[in-house]
Design a protein around this ligand. Structure first.
Ligand code: ATP
Ligand code: MG
Length: 601
């Protein structure tokens, strides 16, 4: 068990938890955060990478080929766990050959540099082979989440002008056939057939046959570090998803944050639970672990607490990167599924995607003897920007400190009638404002595809404006307040939903909480909470009063919810984020807007 302590700081008394087991045999990559940050530069980080023999920088070369050419050639790069009990290992050398073959397949089909390769397969090995092969061919990879229905798939493929699609027979029949006539730019569909699948439908090609017939040698042509590599759609939490474009140079951020934040060491077995349909699943489910030369676990199946703990134990996972929703689901399931499991290899836990409630950080210590290290980033940032580091104490509820090489500020933004907004940096610690990043880090998105105006509006005065509200304490830790759109204005106060939700989560009956501002004639808005209960609790008036009383005691009368509704589960994006705008729309009987990423849509 790690020691937790209340520590006095310059700002206030805050809880802190040791970030890394004392005296652990594996020393963290960053042992002195302040010194490391002061000495860091992206030029310095670039030295960890290879660069292409033909010139420039290519993600797939850094992720696979350079390891395949060296001492790690026979090391397991990807270990794929099938939905049933199948396990397949792919060494770096094998991954090189297979991705070379796929690059040749693309070339043979006339798919060129800059053209978009869409992948809709679920988490199967071919997804990884196709993505890496497409990067070698300098095509742009866009992975889609396989649970999307036909319309969200159509919208994204049309928006991204998909040239080629890799899919499976079942997904093709269910989701692509209905929209095929609406994708005039699509030239080829390649299907990854399972052993029981019949011959592919007319008009499709067989992925495996093409791969088998292709040459296993491929020389990556000179790749401009600024050439587009990845297209990622945002989660759609606040509105219509945007298509963020990332370039090959982003690999610098992926590699550096894999090493410095996720603390990847060559011997690690790493498991990122995110689907590559979301940016976390490519940046940290493909690129960062491979570029760092570790063994990366890919699980085909969806969340299941028992299965997950078995994977951690059987495959000796040492670094585990997951998300608050999954952690909350594990908390909901209780500790029973963990009983009897031995996880001596587990060394480092991290989380991203949503604010991580302090309760969840503490639960990590109870369940695994290790805290979850929260970190913050967005589809647009391409990689982790703010993080709790191994060498630093974790402050539960805080997103952590700046990644070396990243400059950020809390700013006030005044819009300026059509002209660029005016940005004022708030120097004073503890003051809330918009979180802004100094533009120009390697994995910064270079465009919102087909929406240049929307892209331009994200920048002002050399800053990228994140749309999130936060504060920074005197020690440099960042604290998330809420999204700009979600902040509640009540009786002259601004209240971030995260703080209220975290307090609700402290109540033993509460598994999940979503908080919104409900219009009110007197207070402008009042705080309203939606709550899902843990297994074993049922909604009742007495429970409602008890939760309200707890919130009032902890938050005071202004910030405490005035109303609580019980729900079976809260509306979430398919990537697991609570969609407060849906709660708001339902509460006010308004249209729900874009629901393409809603879990049940
Ligand atoms: P859209 O932009 O389409 O509304 P989205 O913002 O949810 O969707 P993503 O890029 O997947 O799409 O998510 C980034 C956002 O997720 C951040 O801006 C922030 O609001 C939230 N987020 C991610 N990590 C954290 C974290 N550690 N703490 C708090 N919020 C986080
Ligand atoms: Mg966003």
């Amino acid at each position: 068990m790690l020691d937790t302590a209340k520590q006095g700081t310059a700002t206030a008394t805050v809880e802190s938890i040791r970030g890394y087991p004392a005296g652990h045999a594996v020393a963290p990559n960053v042992s002195d955060y302040a010194a490391f940050r002061a000495a860091f530069s992206w030029e310095f980080a670039r030295r960890d990478l290879d660069g292409l023999p033909a010139g420039g920088l290519n993600i797939a070369h850094e992720a696979v080929d350079r390891h395949a050419a060296g001492a790690r050639a026979n090391k397991v790069a990807l270990r794929w766990l099938g939905r049933n009990s199948a396990v397949q290992d792919y060494s770096y050398a094998r991954l090189r050959r297979l991705s070379n073959r796929f690059a040749n397949v693309l070339k043979g089909l006339g798919v060129g540099a800059g053209e978009r390769v869409f992948i809709l397969t679920g988490r199967v090995p071919e997804l990884y082979i196709a993505a890496l092969g497409a990067l070698k061919n300098r095509s742009v990879v866009c992975t889609l989440f396989s649970a999307f229905g036909p319309e969200p798939i159509r919208a994204r493929m049309a928006h991204g002008d998909a040239r080629i699609l890799i899919s499976t027979p079942i997904l093709y029949r269910r989701k692509i056939v209905p929209i095929l006539g609406m994708l005039p730019g699509l030239r080829h569909v390649l299907l990854v057939a399972g052993p029981d699948d019949e011959a592919g439908p007319p008009g499709t090609l067989d992925f495996a046959k093409l791969l088998a017939a292709a040459d296993e040698n491929f020389s990556i042509e000179a790749t401009d570090p600024e050439a587009p590599a990845l297209l990622h759609f945002t989660s759609g939490t606040t509105g219509t998803p945007k298509g963020a474009v990332h370039v090959h140079q982003a690999v610098l951020t992926h590699h550096a944050t894999g090493k410095l934040v996720l603390d990847l060491h060559p011997e690690d077995v790493f498991w990122c639970t995110a689907d590559p349909g979301w940016v976390t699943g490519t940046s940290y489910g493909i690129i960062a672990p491979l570029s760092n030369g570790v063994t990366s676990i890919v699980d085909e199946a969806d969340f299941d607490a028992e299965r997950w703990y078995r994977i951690l134990e059987e495959h000796k996972v040492s670094v585990w990167y997951t998300a608050p929703t999954a952690i909350r689901m594990m908390m909901k399931a209780g500790l029973a599924p963990l009983a009897g499991r031995k996880l001596p290899a587990l060394r480092y836990l991290a989380s991203v995607g949503e604010p991580l409630n302090p309760e969840a950080v503490r639960w990590g210590v109870t369940a695994f003897g290790l805290p979850f290290h929260d970190n913050w980033w967005q589809t647009e940032t391409g990689g982790i920007m703010i993080a709790n580091f191994a060498a630093l104490d974790v402050r539960p509820g805080s997103m952590g400190m700046l990644v070396p090489g990243i400059e950020a500020a809390i700013v006030r933004v005044r819009s300026n009638d059509g002209a660029e907004a005016k940005v004022t940096v708030i120097e004073e610690p503890g003051v809330e404002g918009e979180l802004a990043l100094r533009a120009g880090w390697p994995s910064m998105f270079r465009d919102y595809l087909n929406e240049p105006e929307r892209y331009r509006e994200c920048f002002a005065g050399g800053w990228y404006l994140s749309g999130d509200l936060a504060r920074r304490d005197a020690d440099g830790y960042f604290w998330f307040i809420g999204r700009k759109d979600d902040v509640i204005k009540t009786s002259g106060h601004l209240i971030g939903p995260f703080e209220v939700e975290s307090v609700l989560m402290e109540h033993p009956a509460v598994a999940e909480a979503g908080v919104i501002g409900k219009p009110d004639p007197v207070a402008l808005e009042v705080v309203k909470a939606f709550v899902a209960l843990r297994t074993g609790y049922t909604p009742s008036e007495a429970l409602r009063k008890d939760i309200l009383a707890h919130a009032r005691k902890r938050l005071g009368a202004v910030a405490a919810p005035k109303e609580i509704d019980f729900q079976q589960c809260l509306p979430k994006t398919r990537s697991g984020k609570i969609m407060r705008r849906i709660l708001r729309a339902q509460e006010m009987h308004l249209p729900e807007g874009d629901i393409s990423t809603l879990e049940s849509a």
